[in-house]
Design a protein around this ligand. Structure first.
Ligand SMILES: [Zn+2]
Length: 301
């Protein structure tokens, strides 16, 4: 039974509408079925928010939905179920490492570094959410551990931006698949990158730096059936706190309110072993296209 005072959020999901295997409406309905209130949809190095705004305009024409399409958040209400889904601006950017920004998804073309992206994101709004996603995964080689220099770089970045960045626990980084993939592709098993993120967060906390971990799916939804994994790693917040002084109609401060709750430790995640998508899901939607980039269209996000 759903606790009506829960607000469930997924911060990192990649839709592939261009394959035309499912529609925007399918995603909204699946989110509704899963009691997902907040769903950050984005792509790697590409701002898809304008496309999402167009999709939202299209589905309100069907008559089944009400939508407010604002600059930072699209709110869609299913008229039949009265479920609301909030879809924020989000983009995943690749520089020295990968980084997710929620609340800002454009204007990074001239940003050569992660720090530049962070500064720009915070300058625009201190409430924007910033996540260092799968920080312990080599950005171009999924099954390779990062080197010591990159580890140091991440630690320094966390110290500099403590209170403003989170470390990601990633629902696609299935530990046994990383071990096996590492053995096959890099000659040694890849480490459990999520455990490493937890360890870093805890160590930083002891040193006086607040850099919490957050869980998300990083779902690459290439097929309609794979949308079933949409909320696998969703986090849970207290609904009242998320909507505190909600700025209506744009709801922009929902993002800042969640950020504050995370910084204060007021959120729930599933136990780590429960955030992972199934092996078949991961294999078909991510590993296989990544292994055969010439065979699969858009092999990465
Ligand atoms: Zn991603």
């Amino acid at each position: 039974m759903e606790d009506s005072n829960e607000f469930r959020a997924e911060f990192h999901a990649h839709p592939f509408f261009e394959f035309e295997r499912y529609s925007f409406e399918d995603v909204i309905n699946e989110a509704g079925k899963k009691n997902l209130d907040f769903l950050a949809l984005g792509r790697l190095n590409r701002d898809i928010y304008p496309e999402l705004q167009k999709h939202a305009e299209e589905i309100i024409k069907t008559g089944g939905y009400i939508s407010s399409i604002e600059d930072k958040i699209i709110r869609i209400t299913n008229k039949r179920t009265l479920c609301d889904v909030y879809i924020p601006r989000m983009v995943e950017s690749r520089r020295e490492i990968d980084i997710i920004t929620i609340g800002k998804s454009s204007g990074f073309e001239d940003c050569k570094t992660v720090e530049h992206i962070i500064n720009k994101t915070l300058e625009e709004d201190e409430g924007n959410i910033i996540i260092l996603d799968h920080p312990f995964v080599e950005k171009d080689k999924t099954f390779k551990n990062i080197d010591k220099n990159t580890e140091k770089y991440i630690e320094n970045l966390c110290k500099k931006y403590a209170g403003d960045v989170f470390l990601e626990l990633n629902g696609y980084c299935v530990p046994w698949m990383r071990k096996l993939g590492g053995l096959i592709f890099a000659g040694k098993p890849a480490e459990d990158c999520n455990k490493k993120a937890i360890e870093l967060s805890e160590r930083l906390k002891q040193e006086g730096y607040n850099v919490p971990v957050v869980s998300d799916t990083d779902g690459h939804f290439r097929y309609k059936w794979s949308l079933g994994g949409l909320d696998k790693a969703a986090m849970t917040f207290d609904r009242d706190k998320v909507f505190e002084n909600a700025s209506i109609p744009d709801y922009t401060n929902l993002i800042g309110n969640m950020k504050k709750q995370i910084m204060e430790g007021n959120y729930k995640m599933k136990p780590l072993n429960e955030i992972y998508v199934g092996a078949l899901h991961q294999f078909c939607n991510f590993a296989l296209p990544a292994m055969f980039p010439k065979t699969f269209k858009l092999p990465r996000a």
